[in-house]
Design a protein around this ligand. Sequence first.
Ligand SMILES: CSC[C@H]1O[C@H](OP(=O)(O)O)[C@H](O)[C@@H]1O
Length: 355
Amino acid sequence: MTDQLIPIQWKDGELVLLDQTTLPNEIRYDSYQTIERVWDAIVTMKVRGAPAIGVSAAYGLYLGVKDAPENYYDKFFEILKEKSDYLATSRPTAVNLFWALERMEKKAKSLAHLEVSEIKTELLQEAIAIHQEDEEINRLIGENLLTLLSDGMGILTHCNAGALATTKYGTATSPMYLAKEKGWDIKVYADETRPRLQGSTLTALELHRAGIDVTVITDNMAAMVMSQGKIQAVIVGCDRVAANGDVANKIGTMGVAILAKNFNIPFYVAAPTPTIDLRTPTGKEIPIEERGEEEVTNRFGVPTAPKGVKVYNPAFDVTPNEFITAIVTEQGIVQAPYEENLQKLLKGAPDAITK
Ligand SMILES: CSC[C@H]1O[C@H](OP(=O)(O)O)[C@H](O)[C@@H]1O
């Protein structure tokens, strides 16, 4: 579909990103040729969503070293580390950023026997591989989530863990697209998700364009629609899953999880395995990004709070694992005890998954 919204493309040696800060009113693609501009696109959320941040950072790192001197190995690897550390300062919470940078550095080190020019070529191929793998991961997550859903269900989602946050399908939205292909009649309720409003500006946009039944609600309506029996499942994305199954996701996710538990509604987290971080023991250790106050007080272009008043704007919160019914990955569905089962999952142990 030519008018499909494609968040990330590598075209003719340039990274092309869909500017997600102008959606849904303006569809705008920009070309990126430097690591500095990719860093800025991540910080200003022109590209956002844990998987999309990882893929963009991989291409950004290649852009940062493609013109590095080729006559000294040590110098090249010094520059590679410096550029990787630079991109790592863009946003702190989504572990996919650090996972992608680490994977690129590891790839370069494994090729230290090659000429620097060849290493550069291989680094671009690694970024392309990360990009292509993400699409397959999301499709598999959708298939696994679909086994937990049924025709006619009402599904609530929070923020955007959609095709716009990844390379295709999305994670939380993946089963919605697959359900549509199967001819199921599912109704999606999208929390607008203050303050950045990614639910209404992004999730509603991509699902509506795909002909999927989506209704925008304000975040404080979630309890009402649950109490009315409109919701049979909640599906959200994630930015980092700690080793014990605590999940960092867009601010407001924890509240939705607590509501879901109150109404006995299953709460599923769609989690690509690169978003699972066994090096972070619990949610308490996940760094939570704080963003500018203008996102809260000027989101609609006019001040909605008195000048000079204090503003708190954490971009994420952490949902404790006890509120999570299942963490659904591309490798399978994981349930409590998460500490044990997440470790088994990442070691490929078949008994880690419930499916
Ligand atoms: C599969 S996207 C995961 C996650 O990323 C989003 O955060 P942001 O838009 O700030 O990058 C949101 O928390 C999504 O659920």
